[in-house]
Design a protein around this ligand. Structure first.
Ligand code: GLU
Length: 320
């Protein structure tokens, strides 16, 4: 028999998760990007959006924080939309590196491809794949229009963060040129790196990220606008990428303990996808040693466990 979960149970679970996690301490803000080091460490918000569009949010859900690595998700989707899932597999790959997000060693080990669009190397390659080729502003418009479609509202560039990242991204410069060496940059190197840095500097809210996650969970249909953004096949592909590498070198531990494919960013955001069920987003700046938000990961995990909705659960569930 199918287990049923009501929308009010979902709303209660999100509120309880918020209350249970709001006093969790531990972790430190990302210190290698000066802007992020200075964000208020007490900010915390969580939002759930259902395929039917209902949204439940608690805490600082309208605060715009740096999207950082979570931006790798929409740009991987865009590369799949503009080219194809196969092109992303061929030109980037879909394997976890098992190494930190900014690893140079991972590129050397793989030798000829950047492994996955959800680590720095693969994300810089993904930016180089975006059309129109050779046109920085055209590419930027495509990247931000895609995020706007996925969220149902526009992100905003945080100029100070962009400046802060551009002045300190020496490791990413090394990655970009190493990729060029392996013929894995498909446009101008400096432009591709700049687009990557700019997309990481977009300000986004948990409300927006939950809508993006719900669009992925709903086969590419944005539940807030009703617009079909991409074909359902891309949902399965991007969710598999998120599942294999979303929490960097802690991804296995994360999936084992939480049951939800999720992508984190060093701005403190986490985007989680429960296919066919819901999108979840949480945000709190202090990070663990792998770069994942301590409080946001606890809150996302709490929602999934309270509702028994992990993707590996075998009992059929219906949200009514
Ligand atoms: N802009 C950051 C970097 O390139 C993003 C890292 C992250 O969120 O994992 O280092």
């Amino acid at each position: 028999m199918k287990r049923t979960i009501t929308k009010s149970q979902i709303s209660d679970a999100v509120e309880e998760a918020y209350n249970d996690c709001k006093s969790i301490s531990g972790g430190v803000n990302a210190h290698y990007i000066p802007y992020l080091a200075n964000v208020d460490s007490n900010l915390f918000g969580i939002t759930v959006t259902l395929p039917s569009g209902e949204t439940y949010g608690f805490g600082d859900t309208e605060y715009r924080f740096g999207i950082e690595s979570v931006s790798k998700v929409p740009t991987a989707i865009l590369a799949m939309r503009q080219q194809s899932p196969q092109a992303v597999l061929d030109k980037i790959g879909a394997d976890a590196t098992g190494l930190p997000f900014n690893s140079i060693f991972a590129i050397l080990l793989e030798n000829d491809h950047p492994s996955t669009p959800l680590v720095n190397a693969g994300a810089i390659t993904a930016c180089s794949m975006i059309s129109p080729n050779g046109d920085s502003e055209g590419k930027w418009k495509a990247i931000t229009d895609n995020i706007t479609d996925l969220c149902g509202s526009a992100p905003e560039l945080i100029d100070e963060l962009y400046k802060s990242e551009s002045e300190t991204n020496f490791n990413n410069r090394a990655i970009a040129w190493l990729l060029k060496n392996y013929n894995r940059i498909y446009d101008d190197v400096t432009m591709s790196l700049d687009l990557y840095t700019r997309q990481c500097s977009l300000g986004i809210t948990t409300s927006q990220l939950a809508a993006m996650a719900a669009t992925i969970a709903s086969g590419g249909r944005n539940p807030l606008t009703g617009k079909q953004i991409f074909c359902p096949d891309i949902s399965a592909r991007i969710t598999s990428l998120i599942a294999t590498v979303g929490f960097y070198e802690h991804t296995g531990d994360w999936l084992y303990t939480s049951g939800i494919p999720a992508k984190s960013g060093v701005g403190g955001g986490v985007l989680g996808v429960l296919p066919g069920k819901m999108g979840i987003a949480a945000f709190a700046p202090p990070l663990d040693d792998a770069g994942n938000s301590v409080k946001a990961q606890s809150a996302v995990k709490a929602v999934v466990s309270k509702l028994g909705l992990g993707i590996f659960e075998s009992d059929p569930v219906e949200i009514v």
